[in-house]
Design a protein around this ligand. Structure first.
Ligand code: SF4
Length: 483
């Protein structure tokens, strides 16, 4: 029995929730009719460094140096650590929210903001050294500022006060927080549209001359020693900043952050996603090697389905209020598991007026109705990990099925022996931490074969360097052949 099937086996009862299905179906936009970003959209991080995006797209990419990969992985890890402190701030709303420009008339860009506190967007950046003045930001980190500005334009609420937070990447993790006040949103929207236009043109014509110098030129850009022409380019124009925004150090917010960190005793813990708990080598790959596995795209627009389902869930108006959210965060049992805050307050005719339930939402690849009529083990295990992390025994799986005429299914699932499941998961995480400490990935369970069917996982050789230890049955690379 794999770890996934073991966790799934704690689900002892499920039922289809027809009421919620009906409500969701009524509110769900047809994913085929939604004009999402086109396939060749850019992410926000690609837009803020167009020269590098150009070389990525036109050369197929150059591998980042191991040093840079480790640095990026460390940045991600610290981001997770800092999340704990952000969650302690009053008005903390959400972490990692997806945005698509297509929904606000800026088609062609997608992104994911770090945090929302109240209505403000927070962008966190880890650095070797903190910028102390606004001039330093404009000189050294204009791309970080641009990133925050683009999120403010993509957010349908267009918040006009946002924060750019820098954090040192070494203990004691000092902060420098800058308040960014939007004075002219149109300037930012124009910049986004212009950036998309010149980037597309440059890629089409294979000519980077309009894109300016890479923002990492002379620092960590992997193209510098290869093909790039950045030494002949000027830095990108940043004059828009003076017209569009006001930027200033925010002592009060900075002190709040320092206080939240102090309250947590600066304890450094690493976090695992639900998927990484089930597939710990993916966590190893990210944290130790700074690599990620690129999943093959299905033959439907998975992002469009996920966005429509998410939007229908939001339209249910079953969100928790701030006090209820805080209560749930406070009662979380396993702090090493990182899960998006997905909870619904579902009206109920029983003893209590509402059931407050965690949920996962999925775009399912099931192609027969019999598979769609019961939750699969991967979904049961992911919801199980979420329930164990929060110490609750009931949750929801909400799924849409592109191959079954957009069928929506909602399963209410009950789990037994919560304490035993929590112990099992806790032991799993201890094992992961140990394997990462000694850097022996083969101590960890392998992933399921289907996620690496094209053998494009960066760890394929390592994982198959011992017979029977990899995800692909029968594949074996003798250790000497590992390059
Ligand atoms: S090679 Fe297979 S087992 Fe190893 S990390 Fe990649 S997907 Fe997982």
């Amino acid at each position: 029995m794999t770890f996934t099937t073991k966790i799934a086996s704690y689900a002892n009862h499920f039922e289809i929730d027809q009421g919620l299905i009906g409500l969701l179906q009524k509110r769900m936009t047809d994913p085929d009719k939604v004009v999402m970003a086109p396939k060749d959209y850019f992410t926000v991080t690609q837009l803020v460094n167009p020269a590098q995006t150009f070389w990525d797209r036109t050369t197929g990419g150059v591998q980042k140096s191991p040093e840079l990969r480790r640095k990026l992985a460390k940045g991600n890890r610290l981001q997770d650590v800092a999340s704990i402190w952000f969650q302690k701030l009053p008005d903390f709303l959400v972490e990692g929210s997806k945005l698509d420009g297509a929904l606000v008339g800026l088609r062609g860009v997608r992104g994911e903001l770090d945090y929302k506190i109240g209505e403000s967007i927070i962008e966190l950046k880890t650095k070797d050294k903190l910028p102390l003045t606004t001039e330093e930001i404009l000189m050294d980190f204009p791309h970080d500022l641009e990133q925050l500005l683009i999120y403010s334009a993509l957010d349908p609420l267009n918040p006009d006060i946002n924060y750019l937070v820098f954090m040192t990447n070494k203990m004691p993790y000092k902060f420098a927080t800058f308040k960014v006040i939007i004075k002219d949103l149109n300037q930012i929207k124009n910049m986004i549209q212009e950036r998309i236009k010149i980037l597309k043109l440059a890629i089409e014509e294979k000519n980077p001359h309009l894109l300016g110098r890479c923002r990492y030129f002379g620092q960590t850009c992997q193209y510098e020693k290869e093909t790039c022409t950045c030494n002949q380019m000027s830095p990108l124009d940043t004059s828009m900043f003076s017209k569009a925004i006001e930027l200033k150090f925010d002592k009060e917010f900075n002190e709040k952050l320092e206080a939240a960190k102090a309250k947590s005793n600066q304890k450094e813990i690493d976090w695992f996603s639900k998927w990484e708990v089930l597939n710990p080598r993916l966590h190893y790959m990210d944290r130790i090697l700074g690599e990620t596995l690129e999943y093959d795209a299905p033959d439907y627009d998975k992002d469009a389905y996920a966005a429509c389902l998410w939007s229908a869930i939001k339209k249910l108006n079953m969100d928790l209020n701030l006090i209820e959210r805080k209560q749930i965060y406070t009662e979380k049992k396993e702090h090493r598991i990182k899960v998006g805050f997905h909870w619904l307050k579902v009206p109920h005719s029983g003893k209590n007026e509402y059931q407050t339930l965690p949920f996962i939402y999925k775009v399912s690849s099931a192609s027969t109705i019999s598979f769609a009529n019961s939750p699969n083990d991967y979904h049961l295990a992911q919801l199980g990990v979420m329930c164990a992390a929060y110490g609750v025994s009931r949750g929801l799986i909400i799924a849409v099925h592109p191959k079954l005429n957009k069928l929506v299914r909602v399963f209410q699932v009950d789990y037994k022996n919560l304490k035993e499941m929590q112990k099992l998961i806790g032991g799993r995480l201890d094992g992961c931490e140990q394997a990462e400490k000694v850097q022996i990935p083969l101590q960890l369970d392998s992933c399921p074969e289907f996620i690496n069917k094209n053998k494009n996982c960066p760890m394929t050789r390592t994982c198959h360097s011992e017979k029977g230890k990899g995800c692909i049955q029968g594949l074996y690379y003798p250790p000497k052949s590992i390059s």
